[in-house]
Write a new protein. Structure first.
Length: 554
């Protein structure tokens, strides 16, 4: 019996020892599992933080507001408030919530994203965004140039005239713009449709400042562009390919250089126009683009935007506004009723080795032709005009850009905002192009939400004259005894700022801008006792609300 008790006690003791060992092992396993779960939680938390940083960076790098309309071409980037990190659902739930990708790769065919920032509209398989801004622009000049909000560089009044001794001060909303941009992909081709108009149209109202500011809309841009692989085609009314670019040979306003100024006629020396045409582009690489365009011609002999007209031979005065364009053209049908020989042909080669460097060279050919206005009617005269521009846009240090644009031509004065005529007509009816050239150079600096700029622009108009059929009277441009409206040179110095007061990718932006402009013009001929030159000063102030809008990532 004692032996049995001893054996039973020993067995019970061994069982207790084994039970204690088993509990200890279970506790250790539980601690290890908890440690592993803690490590997984820390890893997941780190992953969430990285995703948060990536989302914030993506929002900050969205296209700037200046890329969607002909407003100030560079506006500081729109930023959003920090995104609240949502709860992360289980993998199966995330897979169920993720929208299916469009079968064609066109974002406009994918299921709607209610959280898209900034917003865009979808019609069919195209994405559409509104473009434009609403402006209020007070401005003051120390001379009464009578040129509305935009400067007519070539018609500054002289000090010995009534308008040269009185100033002007006005408010204007005419620079406000509205339009839309439509994008989509179809069978591997990307298409863009672009429309834009402002309110600088000619109004027949005589009471704009009396009882009703009934300003008139004016078409600025209306074009379609299609790109597939390395080729790109554009048709419609766009900025001429003579207009300098900031990027490639893109027709989008945000990719063009037409300065940052408030003046709706920009800066003296800028080569530009907006006109109908066709262009084809070839992209051999992402860094090189070659373009060729055929654009609306015009046999221009002066008179537009303050530029002086030539003097025609007495016997050929009938060429004005029938075969040659002497603005302002009030004849029935306008310039489209005049003769035109061929389109203007423009070729451009652009280099963009990186986002900080843009370089381009552009060539222009214009062909002019007139016919006899008296018997025999079969006679005609032709001549060829041409020009070349060399332009660069360089970010020398972060936030500071240097720009230089240079143009020289025989018969290309129309592209200098019409400040120089294209050609003269000799007494025998033969045509002769006028030399003209320009430069536009400056700096643009962006510091946080402030943009500042300084530009110098200059235009030179060459002398080209002949004798009329009587052998004594002079005709043409810039001759001895010519009117003091026939300018030899126009110079401009301007500087200003653009301050973003508030911005949101969902709601747009509010900007306050200012500009000072000093203009000078010198005539070819100065009569005894007359001023050798004249100049004026203009101050602009602008309050602008810019519409939101940006395309999805194609």
């Amino acid at each position: 019996m004692n032996l049995t008790r001893i054996l039973l006690a020993s067995a019970l003791a061994g069982t207790s020892v084994l039970s204690a060992q088993s509990q200890s092992e279970e506790i250790e396993k539980l601690r290890a599992a908890l440690a592993a779960q803690q490590k997984q939680i820390e890893t997941l938390q780190h992953s969430i933080e990285e995703q948060q940083k990536l989302l914030e960076k993506t929002v900050q790098q969205r296209p700037n507001l200046g890329n969607v309309a002909s407003l100030t071409p560079i506006v500081p980037l729109a930023t959003a408030a920090p995104l609240a990190m949502p709860a992360i659902p289980a993998p199966a739930a995330r897979a169920a919530q993720a929208p299916a990708a469009a079968p064609s790769g066109n974002p406009c065919e994918a299921p709607p994203d209610a959280n898209s920032v900034p917003p865009y509209l979808r019609i069919g398989s195209a994405c559409i965004i509104p473009v434009g801004f609403m402006d209020l622009t007070p401005y003051w000049r120390d001379k009464n140039a009578g040129s509305s909000m935009g400067s007519n560089f070539g018609s500054i009044p002289y000090n010995n005239t009534a308008n040269g001794n009185v100033g002007e001060m006005h408010f204007s909303v005419q620079n406000s713009r509205l339009g839309f941009r439509a994008d989509g992909d179809w069978k591997g081709a990307h298409f863009i449709g672009y429309n834009e108009f402002d309110f600088n149209g000619t109004s027949g109202s005589s009471s704009l400042a009396v009882s009703n500011g009934a300003i008139v809309p004016r078409l600025r841009l209306f074009w379609v562009d299609v790109r597939k692989d390395k080729f790109e085609f554009l048709g419609g009314q766009s900025w001429s390919m003579m207009t300098p670019n900031r990027k490639g040979i893109s027709a989008l306003p945000g990719d063009l250089f037409y300065t940052q100024v408030i003046d709706i006629n920009y800066v003296a020396g800028l080569t530009w126009t907006r006109q109908p045409g066709l262009r084809v582009l070839y992209h051999p690489s992402n860094k090189v683009t070659f373009g060729f365009s055929a654009e609306q011609p015009d046999q221009y002999i002066g008179g537009s935007a303050g530029g002086s007209a030539i003097v025609l031979p007495t016997a050929l005065a009938g060429l004005s506004n029938t075969q040659l364009d002497q603005a302002p053209n009030v004849t029935t049908g306008g310039y489209l009723a005049q003769t035109a020989f061929t389109p203007d042909f423009i070729a451009k080669l652009a280099f963009d080795p990186n986002s900080r460097v843009h370089f381009e060279i552009t060539g222009l050919e214009s062909n002019f032709r007139t016919g006899a206005i008296a018997a025999p009617f079969g006679a005609h005269h032709t001549t060829v005009g041409g020009g070349v521009s060399v332009n660069a846009n360089l970010e020398v240090i972060k936030g500071l850009r240097v720009v230089t644009n240079n143009f020289w031509s025989d018969g290309g004065g129309r592209y200098l905002f019409g400040q120089a005529p294209d050609l003269i007509v000799r007494a025998d009816g033969s045509l002769s192009p006028i030399h003209s050239g320009s430069t536009l150079d400056g700096f643009e600096a962006t510091i946080k939400n402030t943009l500042a700029y300084v530009y110098y622009g200059g235009i030179y108009m060459g002398r080209n004259s002949a004798f009329d059929a009587n052998g004594t009277s002079r005709i043409g441009y810039g001759y001895t005894g010519s009117a003091n409206s026939q300018n030899r040179a126009i110079n401009e110095l301007t500087f200003g700022f653009n301050q973003t007061m508030w911005k949101s990718p969902r709601y747009g932006a509010i900007n306050v801008m200012g500009q000072y402009e000093w203009l000078q013009r010198n005539p070819w001929f100065v009569a005894i006792g007359s001023p050798k030159a004249t100049h004026d000063s203009t101050i602009y102030f602008d309050l602008r609300y810019t519409l939101p809008g940006s395309m999805p990532n194609f």
